[in-house]
Design a protein around this ligand. Structure first.
Ligand code: AMP
Length: 285
C-alpha cells in the first residue's frame, strides 16, 4: 500500500493507474466499520482504490471540534492495508491549503437547510476539499455514506453542476447492534450518553413505521420522532426533519402521493452532536 502525503505523490500514484478504474473513498480517518464498508464496496467495483484521510479544517466551524477530532493514523493504515487499498492520500494542511490559497466551491441551495442552517460554512468546506480530491485522484467512482445524507445531496448537485466525470456511489449506514449509527464522534459519549444514543434510531424507526402505515402528515411524522427524543433526559434536540429527499426542503402539511421522504435529526448529548437519517424509499435521492 502506497502512502502519499504530498500533491506530487498523489498525482504520481494516479498517473500510474492510467486507464484503470479508480474508486475513491474520502474520509477524516479514525476509521470504523462504516468507513470500511465503503472501502470494501470500492474494492469490489474498481481496479484501484484510493482512500483519503484528511481532517479538513475548512469544514469545521469556529466553535466546533477540529482540535479534538479523534485521530489514529497508525491504526487506520493497518485497517486499510488489510482491505487491500492501493493508495492512501494523507496530506498536510500546508499541502492542501498553502499560504496563498484563495478558492472556495459553493453550492448555493441544497446547502441551506438542515445541517447547513446550523453549520453555515460546513458544506463549502466539504465541496472545496472534495473538488480538490476529485481533481487529484480523478476517480471513476466516489463512495460516500448515507449517514451524511445532506452531504450526498450536496455532492450530487456539485457533480452535476461542475460536470465531474464520475459516479457517486452511496452506501447504507452501518449501525451498532442497538441501532446507533457508527461515527468517529461516538467515542466522545459517556457511558450514560452512549446508553441513551440509540434514541435517534428508535425515533427514525417510529417515523418509518408510521410512514409504512400510510401516515403522510409531515407534522405528525416529525412529532413522532420528537416524542421519543424528548423523553431522553440527556438528549438536547437540535432539529428533527421530514424533508423532500432531493431538495431537502421541509415538507409542510400532507406529503403528496409518490414522493419520497428523508427523516433526519441532529441531537446533542452534552457537547457531542450526533446525526442520523433514513431515506424512504431507499435510494430515493
Ligand atoms: P467521515 O470520516 O466522518 O468524514 O466519513 C467519511 C465517509 O464515511 C463519509 O462518506 C460518511 O458518510 C461515511 N460514513 C461515516 N459513518 C458511516 C456509517 N456509520 N455508515 C456508512 N458510512 C459512514
Amino acid at each position: 500500500m502506497k502512502i502519499a502525503q504530498t500533491i506530487d505523490a498523489i498525482r504520481a500514484a494516479r498517473e500510474e493507474y492510467g486507464l484503470e478504474s479508480v474508486g475513491l473513498v474520502p474520509t477524516m480517518g479514525y476509521l470504523h466499520e462504516g468507513h470500511l464498508e465503503l472501502v470494501r464496496r470500492a474494492r469490489k467495483e474498481n481496479d484501484r482504490v484510493i482512500v483519503t484521510i484528511y481532517v479538513n479544517p475548512k469544514q469545521f466551524g469556529p466553535s466546533e471540534d477540529l482540535s479534538r477530532y479523534p485521530r489514529d493514523m497508525e491504526h487506520d493504515l493497518e485497517l486499510l492495508s488489510n482491505e487491500n487499498v492501493d493508495t492512501v492520500f494523507a496530506p498536510s494542511d500546508e499541502a492542501m491549503y498553502p499560504a496563498d490559497y484563495q478558492t472556495t466551491v459553493i453550492v448555493t441551495q441544497v446547502t441551506q437547510p438542515l445541517e447547513g442552517a446550523r453549520r453555515p460554512t460546513h458544506f463549502e468546506g466539504v465541496t472545496t476539499v472534495v473538488t480538490k480530491l476529485f481533481n487529484l485522484c480523478r476517480p471513476t467512482r466516489a463512495y460516500f455514506g448515507q449517514k451524511d445524507a445532506q452531504q450526498v445531496a450536496v455532492l450530487r448537485q456539485m457533480v452535476r453542476d461542475l460536470n465531474f466525470n464520475l459516479e457517486i456511489v452511496v452506501c447504507p449506514t452501518v449501525r451498532e447492534k442497538d441501532g446507533l449509527a457508527l461515527s468517529s464522534r461516538n467515542k466522545y459519549l459517556t457511558a450514560e450518553q452512549r446508553a441513551a444514543a440509540p434514541a435517534l434510531h428508535q425515533s427514525l424507526r417510529a417515523a418509518t413505521v408510521l410512514w409504512a402505515q400510510g401516515e403522510r402528515n409531515s407534522d405528525t411524522l416529525r412529532a413522532a420522532m420528537l416524542d421519543i427524543l424528548s423523553a431522553v433526559p440527556s438528549a438536547r434536540v437540535d432539529y428533527v426533519s421530514a424533508a423532500n429527499p432531493t431538495t431537502l426542503q421541509e415538507y409542510s402539511d400532507t406529503v403528496a402521493a409518490g414522493q419520497g421522504i428523508l427523516f433526519s435529526m441532529a441531537v446533542f448529548f452534552g457537547q457531542t452532536r450526533l446525526i442520523d437519517n433514513v431515506l424512504l424509499p431507499p435510494g430515493a435521492e
